[in-house]
Design a protein around this ligand. Structure first.
Ligand SMILES: Cc1cc2nc3c(=O)[nH]c(=O)nc-3n(C[C@H](O)[C@H](O)[C@H](O)COP(=O)(O)O)c2cc1C
Length: 215
């Protein structure tokens, strides 16, 4: 089929690249969510955008579960906090805990109930054919990572805050969300509005010279 390619003059390309940088540089992980509701159609639209991500052999090895139900969010919070308590008290190696210390995170995750949406992202480590046979997936982790990036960028673009959350381990999500054995939890995105006086850790970004090499 013909490619739907939109060309811009170089000045406009630069303007667009700068505008994108400006917008995406304002994205921060938020941990103080308000309970303000969010229109589910916005979430659905952002998931559709994530579904436009490239994927190994176009296998689209992702599944997104958008959770708004208070009872299910409560179950997820309880299970995540149980894992996080283990993690922060002894499971995490000392270096890992030291790396997290500046962020001030701990085992309490009230936002898992307070935020209007949780999006559990699953990676399909293998597919399942009509005959029930396993289908090998290529670059599933990479593909789902890219799709999740599209999702986070889309939610930010729509005016929502997110937190990338990875309770460790998070196999409990399969049970609570009734996902099949070929799917593994990839991460949990907390989505909503920040509280009006939300703060974020003071962090810095590595400069271009450190993150890129032009040859
Ligand atoms: C794969 C991944 C896992 C993360 N897991 C957690 C988490 O479990 N809890 C948390 O509070 N933040 C988590 N974060 C958020 C990071 O701490 C955050 O992205 C980082 O400190 C940079 O801050 P920023 O997102 O505001 O730019 C995670 C981020 C990524 C990409």
């Amino acid at each position: 089929v013909p490619l739907d390619f939109q060309e811009y003059v170089p000045e406009e390309m630069l303007t667009r690249a700068r505008e994108y940088l400006h917008e995406i540089s304002r994205r921060r992980s938020v941990r103080d969510f308000s309970a303000r509701p969010v229109d589910p159609v916005i979430i659905e639209t952002c998931i559709r955008a994530a579904g436009c991500s490239p994927s190994g052999a176009n296998q689209q090895p992702w599944h997104f579960v958008a959770v708004a139900d208070a009872g299910v969010k409560h179950e997820i919070r309880l299970a995540a906090e149980a894992e996080e308590r283990e993690f922060y008290s002894h499971r995490a190696p000392v270096e890992w805990r030291e790396a997290l210390a500046p962020l001030g995170t701990d085992a309490d995750k009230p936002f898992l109930e307070r935020a209007p949406f949780l999006i559990a992202v699953f990676v399909q480590s293998y597919g399942v054919g009509a005959d029930g046979a396993a289908i090998k997936h290529y670059y599933a982790m990479e593909s789902v990572g890219i799709a999740t990036g599209f999702l986070i960028a889309g939610l930010h673009h729509a005016g929502l805050a997110t937190l990338t959350h990875t309770p460790s381990p998070m196999g409990f999500l399969n049970g609570i969300l009734r996902r099949p054995a070929n799917e593994r939890p990839f991460l949990l995105l907390v989505v909503g509005y920040p509280v009006p006086d939300a703060t974020v850790p003071a962090i810095s970004r590595k400069p271009l010279g450190e993150i890129a090499t032009f040859v």
